[in-house]
Design a protein around this ligand. Structure first.
Ligand code: 3HC
Length: 648
């Protein structure tokens, strides 16, 4: 039974039980209609509580039903029936109330949530808009500006914020169902308060239009955020029935769109990435104390990510001065997070309270997991891991964050190498979602499973990669950059390539990214590798020439672009360097259309992606799509280069 009906005195209790996340599949919708009718027709029932069994309240419509012929009753009908109930209905929310789940709750006449619940309308992340009244009821309850923010970002709200804005009525201090029963009892005899009948709270129309314009700009070609925000604005202009009809039309149109299909591919891909053949039955080890070696930009970001996720973190630097500088760097990251409103002062203090910094590696002895983020040099890393092997427990997990070195060469110095793996974070590590979990030759299944579990607890996306130069991400990026550099020499300029790719939907073009990250580190690597370079392969010298001219990117005030007043501008000096480089290579420069630029880049990525798959470095094509989306700014709403090329 997907929905059951029990009794507690005069209160009927409707329980949805549809594992894993109580999605509103057909059986749930039909069951709810039936149980509701039964409770409403029973004269001995005076109020109703709606709750869920298992780990969560309803997490949304059933995405597996999208694309299939719709079956009645539809979710908007169920939601309307709840709101129209003559007896008050109270939602008892635990876990997450998302999408259609929150829409069910919005139609109830009261909402109680447990203290750790989360609520949101994440439909835009699936390329759609809420389809069961969410865009129309939410602004009536919490106001247009906040509703627009929630529906267009898809972000989740915690219970404290939900209570403060009036989205929920009560935070359950003890037992959730008892609290919901108490609220339901208090509503008996009152006219049920219908969210759809509430007067729209006053708001500043001009500010709302500005907010809408910002949503549209940020979406960079994705349709659903602006569509959802527009529906919220319409809620203030149309009657409830008209707004609901507009929402339905928009939902049905978007659910058929290529963007939604692409984003559903991404949703499924993320769930599949966590499923690794051979690890199905493996239980990850408990990890609580984490060591980070090196508190440069990367190490500091990694430490912050672990502190956010509740770990105890011990950071080690090589001497007192570097240790103090490292602590300042970590505290600086927290200061920025507080300033931008991402975390509160209280959270900052609590999280920093779990941080200790040391100038002595022996302080890592109590760690369950140690990650190094020191200079990317084999001798430096092997010296470090040989010593770490003697400091930590024999079963403590050791991880390298190397980007380009061979982790199996590092593993050679580790005692018990089966506890050694790669955890390759992307910079800035406290922000970027992707972590490549690198499967070293001897790694034990439990260590790999623990690596994935830790990454998940960080709120990040772990993708398994085999060992090769650059792993999945940097190897693809090298192919991507190679095509761009060839085109620079063949006839285009950096701003044309960046514009073509940004218009395609990339967060930033490769040359703007390069200027931000700095040109000097890869220049140093190219110089180190010069002796072993294959002379038969085409080599573009433009990046080297820029560095020789002192153009190291934004940090030196100039790179592929000039930055007067901090704004990125085309620089004639760069154009001259590029044109000279083409002449020296004997190339007659020719123009490229934006579409040609994009297809040449994507072809380069896909052809490298095929090799990565053939070599078994990536487990599946969708993992490659996830790496590009989460590590390199590829637009999620296009699904990924592999799926676009028909490789699944
Ligand atoms: N429909 C069907 N299955 C779903 C689902 C959904 N909406 N949400 C999650 N699942 C499945 C997953 O595919 C996974 O299945 P698997 O075990 O076979 O791989 C299982 O539930 C567990 O999911 P996660 O691995 O993601 O578990 P987590 O505990 O990490 O996260 C969650 C749970 C926060 C609920 C997360 O799954 C989530 O964010 N789900 C999507 C929520 C969402 O987008 N809801 C809106 C749907 S659209 C909608 O409601 C339209 C409406 O307005 C008409």
């Amino acid at each position: 039974m997907a929905v059951s009906l029990t009794r507690d005195g005069e209160i009927a209790h409707l329980i949805i039980d549809n594992p894993p996340v109580n999605a509103t599949s057909h059986a749930v919708r039909a069951g709810l209609m039936q149980a509701l009718a039964q409770a409403n027709s029973d004269e001995t029932v005076s109020a109703i509580v709606l709750s869920c069994a298992g780990r969560t309240f309803v997490a949304g419509a059933d995405v597996k039903e999208f694309g299939q012929p719709p079956q009645q009753p539809f979710l908007p009908d169920v939601v309307s029936a709840i709101e129209a109930s003559s007896k008050p209905i109270v939602a008892a929310i635990h876990g997450t109330a998302l999408g259609g789940g929150l829409e069910l709750a919005l139609a109830c006449h009261g909402r109680v949530a447990s203290a750790d619940a989360e609520l949101g309308l994440p439909e835009v992340k699936l390329g759609i808009v809420p389809g069961a009244g969410g865009t129309q009821r939410l602004p009536r309850l919490i106001g247009v500006p906040l509703a627009m923010d929630l529906v267009s970002s898809g972000r989740r709200m915690d219970t404290a914020e939900a209570e403060a804005c009036g989205l929920i009525d009560v935070v359950a201090e003890g037992d959730l169902i008892s609290a919901a029963m108490a609220l339901a009892s208090s509503l008996v005899g009152c006219e049920p308060r219908q969210t759809s009948s509430l007067a729209m709270p006053a708001f500043d129309e001009g500010e709302a239009q500005k907010q809408f314009a910002a949503v549209e700009k940020k979406a960079r070609g994705q349709q659903s955020p602006a569509a959802a925000a527009r529906l919220v604005l319409q809620a203030a202009q149309l009657s409830f029935a008209e707004g609901l009809a507009a929402e339905r039309v928009c939902f049905l149109e978007l659910v058929q769109s290529d963007q939604s299909k692409a984003l559903r591919h991404v949703f499924a891909a993320e769930r599949v990435a966590a499923k690794v053949p051979g690890l199905e039955e493996v239980k990850p080890r408990a990890v609580q104390t984490v060591g980070v070696v090196g508190a440069g930009l990367m190490g500091a970001g990694i430490a912050v990510a672990f502190l956010h996720a509740g770990y105890t973190v011990r950071v080690v630097e090589r001497d007192e001065t570097s240790m103090k500088a490292g602590r300042v760097r970590i505290e600086g990251l927290f200061t920025r997070l507080v300033k931008s409103g991402r975390i509160s002062e209280v959270d900052r203090a609590e999280q920093l309270g779990r941080l200790s910094t040391f100038a002595d590696r022996s302080a890592l002895a109590p760690c369950d997991l140690v990650i190094e983020a020191v200079f990317d040099d084999l001798a430096v890393k092997t010296e470090l891991f040989a010593e770490l092997s003697t400091i930590v427990r024999p079963d403590a997990i050791l991880a390298t964050n190397t980007s380009y070195l061979d982790p199996d060469e590092i593993a050679a110095v580790v005692t018990n190498p089966e506890r050694f793996l790669g955890l390759h974070f992307f910079s800035p590590a406290n922000i970027m979602r992707l972590v490549e979990v690198v499967r070293t030759a001897q790694v034990a299944p439990v260590v790999l499973a623990t690596g994935l579990a830790v990454v998940k607890r960080l709120g990040k996306l772990g993708v398994i990669s085999g060992v090769c130069e650059g792993f999945i991400g940097n190897r693809l990026f090298t192919a991507y950059r190679r095509e761009c550099d060839f085109m620079l020499e063949d006839g285009v300029l950096p701003h044309e390539i960046d514009a073509a790719l940004e218009n395609y939907g990339f967060a930033m073009g490769p040359y703007a990214v390069n200027d931000m990250a700095g040109l000097d580190i890869s220049w140093a690597r190219r110089k180190r590798n010069a002796a072993t370079r294959d002379p038969s392969k085409r080599y573009v010298t433009i990046a080297d020439r820029l560095c020789e001219a002192g153009r190291f990117g934004q940090k030196s005030g100039k790179g592929y672009y000039a930055y007067p007043d901090g704004r990125r501008m085309v620089d004639p000096e760069v154009t001259a360097i590029i044109e000279q480089s083409s002449r020296d290579a004997g190339i007659d420069r020719r123009p490229f259309e934006a579409a040609d630029i994009v297809s040449r880049v994507l072809d380069g990525i896909v052809s490298e992606g095929r090799k990565i798959l053939d070599e078994g470095i990536a487990l599946r094509a969708s993992d490659i799509d996830l790496v590009l989306i989460n590590g390199y700014g590829y637009p999620a709403w296009r699904g990924g280069p592999m799926v676009q090329a028909g490789i699944q």
